[in-house]
Write a protein that binds this ligand. Sequence first.
Ligand code: CA
Length: 227
Amino acid sequence: MRILIIEDDPAIAANLYDFLEAQGHVVDAAADGVTGLHLAVTGQFDAIVLDLGLPGMDGVTVCRKLRDDAHDDTPVLMLTARDTLDDKLEGFARGADDYLVKPFALKEVEARLTALHKRRAGRVTSRALAAGDLTFDPASLTTCFRGKDVRLPPKCIRLLQVLMTQPNRVFSRQELETEVWGQEQETSDTLRSHMHVLRRELAQAGGYDPIENVHGLGYRLVPRGGD
Ligand code: CA
Protein backbone atom coordinates (compact mmCIF):
# COMPACT_ATOMS: atom_id res chain seq x y z
CA MET A 1 0.00 0.00 0.00
CA ARG A 2 0.97 3.63 -0.38
CA ILE A 3 0.54 5.20 3.03
CA LEU A 4 0.67 8.83 4.12
CA ILE A 5 1.48 9.65 7.76
CA ILE A 6 0.41 13.06 9.06
CA GLU A 7 1.82 13.33 12.58
CA ASP A 8 3.72 16.13 14.32
CA ASP A 9 5.31 14.04 17.09
CA PRO A 10 8.69 13.12 15.56
CA ALA A 11 9.11 9.93 17.61
CA ILE A 12 5.67 8.56 16.73
CA ALA A 13 6.05 9.57 13.09
CA ALA A 14 9.47 7.89 12.84
CA ASN A 15 8.19 4.71 14.48
CA LEU A 16 5.24 4.50 12.12
CA TYR A 17 7.38 5.32 9.10
CA ASP A 18 10.06 2.74 9.86
CA PHE A 19 7.60 0.01 10.76
CA LEU A 20 5.32 0.43 7.75
CA GLU A 21 8.24 0.73 5.37
CA ALA A 22 9.79 -2.43 6.79
CA GLN A 23 6.49 -4.20 6.06
CA GLY A 24 6.92 -3.35 2.38
CA HIS A 25 4.68 -0.30 2.14
CA VAL A 26 5.58 2.90 0.32
CA VAL A 27 5.43 5.62 2.95
CA ASP A 28 5.37 9.41 2.88
CA ALA A 29 5.07 11.71 5.85
CA ALA A 30 4.09 15.25 6.83
CA ALA A 31 4.49 16.95 10.23
CA ASP A 32 1.68 19.48 9.93
CA GLY A 33 -1.87 19.61 8.63
CA VAL A 34 -1.37 21.96 5.69
CA THR A 35 1.53 19.95 4.23
CA GLY A 36 -0.31 16.72 4.95
CA LEU A 37 -3.47 17.86 3.19
CA HIS A 38 -1.43 19.00 0.17
CA LEU A 39 0.30 15.62 -0.07
CA ALA A 40 -2.99 13.76 0.41
CA VAL A 41 -4.66 15.65 -2.42
CA THR A 42 -1.76 15.65 -4.89
CA GLY A 43 -0.41 12.17 -4.16
CA GLN A 44 -2.12 8.85 -4.66
CA PHE A 45 -2.37 7.03 -1.36
CA ASP A 46 -4.22 3.90 -0.36
CA ALA A 47 -4.58 5.00 3.25
CA ILE A 48 -3.77 7.93 5.52
CA VAL A 49 -2.72 7.89 9.18
CA LEU A 50 -3.87 11.24 10.56
CA ASP A 51 -3.07 12.65 13.99
CA LEU A 52 -5.88 14.67 15.54
CA GLY A 53 -3.74 17.31 17.26
CA LEU A 54 -1.57 19.02 14.65
CA PRO A 55 -0.01 22.49 14.43
CA GLY A 56 -1.69 24.90 12.04
CA MET A 57 -4.56 22.82 10.78
CA ASP A 58 -5.88 20.06 13.05
CA GLY A 59 -6.71 16.53 11.94
CA VAL A 60 -10.47 17.07 11.90
CA THR A 61 -10.10 20.04 9.56
CA VAL A 62 -7.67 18.14 7.32
CA CYS A 63 -10.17 15.30 7.07
CA ARG A 64 -13.11 17.61 6.37
CA LYS A 65 -11.23 19.46 3.63
CA LEU A 66 -10.07 16.20 2.11
CA ARG A 67 -13.64 14.90 1.86
CA ASP A 68 -15.67 18.06 1.24
CA ASP A 69 -13.28 20.24 -0.78
CA ALA A 70 -11.07 17.71 -2.57
CA HIS A 71 -13.77 14.97 -2.86
CA ASP A 72 -11.09 12.43 -1.92
CA ASP A 73 -12.26 9.19 -0.31
CA THR A 74 -8.86 7.77 0.66
CA PRO A 75 -9.39 5.83 3.92
CA VAL A 76 -8.32 7.78 7.02
CA LEU A 77 -7.18 6.21 10.30
CA MET A 78 -7.34 8.94 12.96
CA LEU A 79 -4.92 8.91 15.91
CA THR A 80 -6.20 10.48 19.11
CA ALA A 81 -4.76 11.01 22.58
CA ARG A 82 -6.73 9.36 25.37
CA ASP A 83 -7.67 12.69 26.93
CA THR A 84 -9.23 13.88 23.71
CA LEU A 85 -11.22 10.71 23.12
CA ASP A 86 -14.44 12.70 22.81
CA ASP A 87 -12.95 14.27 19.72
CA LYS A 88 -13.12 10.95 17.96
CA LEU A 89 -16.83 11.40 17.51
CA GLU A 90 -16.19 14.65 15.76
CA GLY A 91 -13.47 12.95 13.72
CA PHE A 92 -15.93 10.38 12.42
CA ALA A 93 -18.48 13.05 11.66
CA ARG A 94 -15.84 14.70 9.51
CA GLY A 95 -15.11 11.59 7.51
CA ALA A 96 -12.48 9.54 9.35
CA ASP A 97 -12.97 5.82 8.75
CA ASP A 98 -11.45 4.44 11.93
CA TYR A 99 -9.47 5.63 14.94
CA LEU A 100 -6.80 4.44 17.37
CA VAL A 101 -6.05 5.80 20.82
CA LYS A 102 -2.41 6.53 21.69
CA PRO A 103 -0.33 4.67 22.67
CA PHE A 104 -1.02 1.99 20.08
CA ALA A 105 0.75 -1.10 18.80
CA LEU A 106 2.35 -0.62 15.39
CA LYS A 107 0.97 -3.95 14.21
CA GLU A 108 -2.50 -2.72 15.10
CA VAL A 109 -2.02 0.33 12.87
CA GLU A 110 -1.10 -1.86 9.94
CA ALA A 111 -4.01 -4.24 10.56
CA ARG A 112 -6.49 -1.35 10.62
CA LEU A 113 -5.04 0.22 7.48
CA THR A 114 -5.21 -3.09 5.64
CA ALA A 115 -8.85 -3.55 6.68
CA LEU A 116 -9.76 -0.04 5.53
CA HIS A 117 -7.97 -0.54 2.24
CA LYS A 118 -9.78 -3.82 1.58
CA ARG A 119 -13.13 -2.32 2.40
CA ARG A 120 -12.46 0.43 -0.12
CA ALA A 121 -11.26 -2.05 -2.74
CA GLY A 122 -14.56 -3.90 -2.31
CA ARG A 123 -16.43 -0.70 -3.08
CA VAL A 124 -14.31 -0.17 -6.17
CA THR A 125 -15.25 -3.61 -7.49
CA SER A 126 -18.92 -2.69 -7.65
CA ARG A 127 -18.32 0.56 -9.49
CA ALA A 128 -18.58 1.15 -13.23
CA LEU A 129 -15.17 2.16 -14.57
CA ALA A 130 -14.03 3.98 -17.68
CA ALA A 131 -10.50 4.78 -18.81
CA GLY A 132 -9.98 6.09 -22.33
CA ASP A 133 -11.32 3.48 -24.74
CA LEU A 134 -11.86 0.89 -21.98
CA THR A 135 -15.03 0.48 -19.93
CA PHE A 136 -16.07 -2.01 -17.29
CA ASP A 137 -19.64 -2.79 -16.25
CA PRO A 138 -19.76 -4.44 -12.79
CA ALA A 139 -23.34 -5.67 -13.20
CA SER A 140 -22.58 -7.87 -16.20
CA LEU A 141 -18.81 -8.16 -15.48
CA THR A 142 -18.32 -7.04 -19.05
CA THR A 143 -15.19 -5.35 -20.28
CA CYS A 144 -15.49 -3.34 -23.45
CA PHE A 145 -12.33 -2.27 -25.30
CA ARG A 146 -12.54 -0.07 -28.40
CA GLY A 147 -16.17 -1.04 -28.87
CA LYS A 148 -15.59 -4.78 -28.56
CA ASP A 149 -16.57 -7.04 -25.69
CA VAL A 150 -13.60 -8.82 -24.13
CA ARG A 151 -14.12 -12.15 -22.37
CA LEU A 152 -11.78 -12.46 -19.40
CA PRO A 153 -11.24 -14.90 -16.52
CA PRO A 154 -12.33 -13.50 -13.10
CA LYS A 155 -8.82 -12.77 -11.82
CA CYS A 156 -7.96 -10.96 -15.03
CA ILE A 157 -11.09 -8.86 -14.65
CA ARG A 158 -10.04 -7.96 -11.13
CA LEU A 159 -6.53 -7.12 -12.31
CA LEU A 160 -7.85 -4.82 -15.01
CA GLN A 161 -10.27 -3.18 -12.58
CA VAL A 162 -7.43 -2.29 -10.25
CA LEU A 163 -5.41 -0.76 -13.09
CA MET A 164 -8.49 1.12 -14.32
CA THR A 165 -9.07 2.82 -10.98
CA GLN A 166 -5.99 4.96 -11.63
CA PRO A 167 -4.94 5.07 -15.29
CA ASN A 168 -1.27 5.96 -15.93
CA ARG A 169 -0.30 5.20 -12.34
CA VAL A 170 2.33 2.49 -11.91
CA PHE A 171 1.16 -0.36 -9.67
CA SER A 172 3.90 -2.50 -8.16
CA ARG A 173 3.70 -6.26 -8.55
CA GLN A 174 3.22 -6.66 -4.82
CA GLU A 175 0.39 -4.16 -4.83
CA LEU A 176 -1.40 -5.96 -7.67
CA GLU A 177 -0.93 -9.33 -5.99
CA THR A 178 -2.40 -8.03 -2.75
CA GLU A 179 -5.33 -6.42 -4.58
CA VAL A 180 -6.21 -9.46 -6.65
CA TRP A 181 -5.20 -12.43 -4.51
CA GLY A 182 -5.33 -10.87 -1.06
CA GLN A 183 -3.47 -12.80 1.59
CA GLU A 184 -3.29 -15.99 -0.46
CA GLN A 185 0.35 -15.20 -1.25
CA GLU A 186 0.39 -16.34 -4.86
CA THR A 187 3.77 -16.56 -6.53
CA SER A 188 4.90 -13.87 -8.95
CA ASP A 189 4.37 -16.40 -11.76
CA THR A 190 0.64 -16.25 -11.06
CA LEU A 191 0.58 -12.50 -11.62
CA ARG A 192 2.78 -12.81 -14.70
CA SER A 193 0.59 -15.46 -16.32
CA HIS A 194 -2.65 -13.59 -15.61
CA MET A 195 -1.10 -10.38 -16.89
CA HIS A 196 -0.08 -12.23 -20.05
CA VAL A 197 -3.63 -13.47 -20.67
CA LEU A 198 -5.12 -10.05 -19.94
CA ARG A 199 -2.78 -8.23 -22.31
CA ARG A 200 -3.20 -10.82 -25.05
CA GLU A 201 -7.00 -10.69 -24.89
CA LEU A 202 -7.07 -6.90 -24.89
CA ALA A 203 -4.66 -6.67 -27.81
CA GLN A 204 -6.74 -9.18 -29.79
CA ALA A 205 -9.96 -7.28 -29.17
CA GLY A 206 -8.74 -3.71 -29.55
CA GLY A 207 -5.71 -3.97 -31.78
CA TYR A 208 -3.20 -2.72 -29.24
CA ASP A 209 -2.02 -3.55 -25.74
CA PRO A 210 -2.94 -0.72 -23.32
CA ILE A 211 -0.84 -2.12 -20.46
CA GLU A 212 2.79 -1.11 -20.02
CA ASN A 213 5.43 -3.05 -18.14
CA VAL A 214 7.45 -0.37 -16.36
CA HIS A 215 10.78 -2.07 -15.89
CA GLY A 216 11.63 -2.78 -12.27
CA LEU A 217 8.54 -0.98 -10.98
CA GLY A 218 5.41 -2.76 -12.11
CA TYR A 219 2.56 -2.18 -14.54
CA ARG A 220 0.36 0.65 -15.62
CA LEU A 221 -2.62 1.16 -17.85
CA VAL A 222 -2.12 3.70 -20.62
CA PRO A 223 -5.41 3.78 -22.53
CA ARG A 224 -5.79 5.88 -25.63
CA GLY A 225 -8.62 8.16 -26.59
CA GLY A 226 -11.61 8.84 -24.45
CA ASP A 227 -15.29 9.29 -24.80
CA1 CA B 1 -0.02 15.68 17.72
